[in-house]
Design a binder for this molecule. Sequence first.
Ligand code: HSE
Length: 438
Amino acid sequence: MKPVNVGLLGLGTVGGGTFNVLSRNAEEITRRAGRGIRITHAAAREYDAGSLPGIDDISVTDDAFSVVDNPDIDIVIELIGGYEPARELVLKAIANGKHVVTANKALIALHGNEIFAAAQEQGVMVAFEAAVAGGIPIIKAIREGLAANQIQWLAGIINGTGNFILTEMRDKGRDFDDVLKEAQALGYAEADPTFDIEGIDAAHKLTILASLAFGIPLQFDKVYTEGISRITREDVNYAGELGYRIKHLGYTRRTAEGIEMRVHPTLIPERRLIANVDGVMNAVLVNADAVGPTLYYGAGAGAEPTASAVVADVVDVVRVLTADPENRVPHLAFQPDSLTDTPVLDMEDISTAYYLRMQVSDKPGVMADITRILGDAGISIEAILQKEPAAGAERASVILLTHVVKERRMNRAISQIEALDSIDGSVTRIRLEHLNVD
Ligand code: HSE
């Protein structure tokens, strides 16, 4: 059968990895796909030809639109990243009747609803496995492998850069900025690394996972997003003393009132497997009614792990090229006319446990004031740790773990604690999830 022609947009970290994996494994990939798959055209402003053996045999241009408009191309792989011109290029490719494979989580999270509607109209596929958790086939797992289940919640370490930074800080006492520079050099970080450290990248990915899990439209603007930039080594150490690890977690849960979608640093009991996922590795823990908990683990960023997911999508697309569009796996796991408008909860309405750290005057009655405020608010305390002032200092650190409570109630209690004369500065609050599966 005639080989499938692919146009590759972007020859950076993931684009280069995709070119190399497709070339190196061409023979086995053909045996899997049933047809040859060849990149005939690529678009890139600059690239390192020395690291791309065979790149001189294909046509490379700096005009990405000429690739999406080329009638000889069947599948466009978009690996440019960012919102624009990626959105315009993808919509153009779809309008031209081409299937699209993308690793662009920002694009799918913000414009996926529009893109999938356009794709459905044209009868083409948009595949995006590489958009979430790098090389882990989590989209396929949720969309197909868990199709029998009602998913209750999922929790993921879904930003490799952030996990790499937190791990190096904890294990080697390294400085935040120094580790971030290394993550950039290794090709893990986004073009704008604030997307990694402020949680935006993880929020893009959580938006996609929540849609697949619960059959709701993509709603990036409803995700509560907090990054890791304010995590201190002190908190990492105190959490450790209490038997927890701090991880940057994306968490989504279906409750009777609505759906929680949140990304923030989170204490997790260190005995949980997911608490031990370190470095650039990602993991997603899915709790579903029939199968129970399942855990997916693998490299969350980097050239070839991400290329692994991109190329698998290309193989998937090639396999269904001749299938009737109605019989394809729907983009967002549920049939497009069966998505629901279940409300997404405001952050004040979510329920979770908390780690609180505060600097207090080392004098009688302070602890009683704090516990009274929490008691009056109906917040029960699970553990207390008090650290004596350092030599010559006047303030002691008090660390509290609470049971589960509504965020609104905790916000009020924190304001009252911060108003006490005996409290210095603001209270550090980190949410805590036990991730119980029974
Ligand atoms: N910057 C992202 C990360 C790349 O570190 O996870 C993979 O999506």
